[in-house]
Design a protein around this ligand. Structure first.
Ligand code: PA5
Length: 431
């Protein structure tokens, strides 16, 4: 099996190979800190060996639960916010057919407080056989709790409490939190989010795996890809062969050179939510103590017609990391047209992906020439295996990068500020 590949040559105008290698020891030490559990936030390192430690029993339990929901439901609503839904959505969107209407359809709730969104969702679900996967590690997050209360009522009113119970699954803490109390009282099927795995690192726990399996995606292949990456970027691997360590070093050096914003770009619209997941992973892990690269994202070529101008000629405080997929799944050729009124015959017989790849190369050349350092991560194909590799690659690189920046990658004290104000404004007891 191949692996995803990291290319950093197009970042070398701004930083040098010598500078990168001068950080080899620090990056290796950061990787070892993760492994030894002696760094900041070491209570939350459960994700580090998740891929290789997921046992067959858990995978089978997840698959059986998914199969049961798949057999009973036309629609499954995944309720969760932040790390409790982004990983699942990233994988589901990347692997599923864009216009797929295969049952069950997976939809999302609890990731906003939109009244119209909830109303429209309720209307969409009315008269349909639906189930709910309710995900909250703390079990007390307002957005998912609110959505669950509304959808639980709708489900119970539609099919009765007993039948509803067989279509609700909760994923939460083993002992604590309102969702745990509620699930135990109602007798829902539950899965546990390990104590030592934070939300944004939880895609390879039932948090991600159950919704992904419900969407009909091969979770064993996803995990297999992550296992292979766990081996490829561990502490026994030299710096020069460790893409996660190199990526972490390069982005930190660019940051020191004033490149304060990293734009994750893709040339495949299916990767839009991989970027959303990545933004949470890096933003929430590194943005603290008034430090940290701002993670942004664009979908190309779509956004070349909107953000492209800014990237080419705006403030030179950015670098780009492009996720490139070497081979698409399908083949579509540009047809020949006798009249050629649209002037496209010069492309006749060429694959659409060839046009896309030339757009990718042309964009890279233009942006690099315009002062935007470029990092490329290439996936041989967009499938479960390589996506598993990519997810684990980004997680481990994030841990190393945050340690290089000297922040705790595993806490998120900043997200409490808005909650305190909101609860006070809402007259929540105790605030
Ligand atoms: O990464 C994190 O820890 C957060 O983004 C959480 O996943 C998010 O706030 C949701 O929290 P919870 O799962 O407790 O509802």
């Amino acid at each position: 099996m191949k692996t995803i590949a990291l290319e950093i040559e197009k970042a070398l105008g701004t930083i040098t190979k010598e500078q990168i290698f001068s950080q080899a020891k620090a990056a290796q030490e950061a990787n070892v800190l993760l492994e030894n559990g002696q760094g900041k936030g070491n209570d939350f390192l459960g994700w580090l060996h998740l891929p290789s430690s997921i046992n067959e029993l858990i995978i089978n339990d997840i698959q059986q639960t998914a199969d049961s929901l798949r057999s009973k439901c036309e629609v499954v609503v995944v309720i969760g916010i932040g790390g409790s839904y982004l990983g699942a959505k990233a994988v589901i969107d990347a692997i599923s057919g864009t216009f797929d209407t295969k049952k069950p359809v997976v939809v999302y709730a609890g990731h906003n407080i939109g009244e119209d969104y909830l109303h429209e969702l309720s209307e969409f679900l009315a008269g349909k056989l639906f189930g709910i996967i309710n995900i909250s590690k703390s079990g007390t997050t307002t957005e998912p709790a609110l959505a669950f209360r509304i959808l639980k009522k709708q489900l119970e009113e539609a099919i009765g409490k007993v039948e509803a119970k067989s279509r609700i699954v909760a994923i939460t803490d083993e002992k604590r939190g309102a969702l745990r109390t509620l699930s135990d009282k109602e007798g829902y099927k539950t899965f546990v989010i390990p104590d030592n795995v934070g939300g944004r690192f939880s895609v390879l726990t039932p948090v991600g795996l159950l919704p992904i399996a419900v969407a009909g995606i091969d979770i064993k292949q996803l995990v297999a890809g992550a296992v292979s990456m766990e081996k490829a970027i561990g502490t026994t691997v030299d710096f020069e062969h460790n893409p996660a360590a190199i990526y972490a070093v390069v982005r930190n050096l660019l940051y020191q050179k004033g490149k304060k914003i990293e734009i994750l770009a893709n040339f495949n619209p299916k990767l839009h939510y991989v970027a959303e997941w990545w933004k949470q992973l890096y933003g929430e892990s590194e943005g603290k103590e008034h430090k940290g690269i701002f993670p942004a994202s664009v979908d190309f070529t779509t956004d070349l017609h909107s953000m492209g101008q800014w990237i080419q000629e705006g403030e030179r405080s950015i670098f780009e990391t492009v996720i490139s997929v070497a081979h698409p799944k399908y083949t579509v050729e540009v047809p020949h047209d006798t009249e050629d009124l649209d002037g496209l015959n010069y492309l006749a017989g060429k694959r659409v992906d060839y046009v896309n790849k030339m757009a990718e190369l042309g964009t890279q050349m233009a942006h690099v020439a315009g002062g935007v350092p470029n990092i490329k991560i290439e996936l041989p194909e967009l499938n479960e295996y390589y996506l598993g590799q990519l997810l684990y690659f980004f997680e481990r690189a994030c841990g190393i990068s945050a340690y290089l920046l000297d922040v705790n990658p595993f806490d998120q004290p900043g997200v409490e500020a808005y909650k305190k104000n909101m609860f006070k404004l809402l007259d929540k007891p105790g605030y």
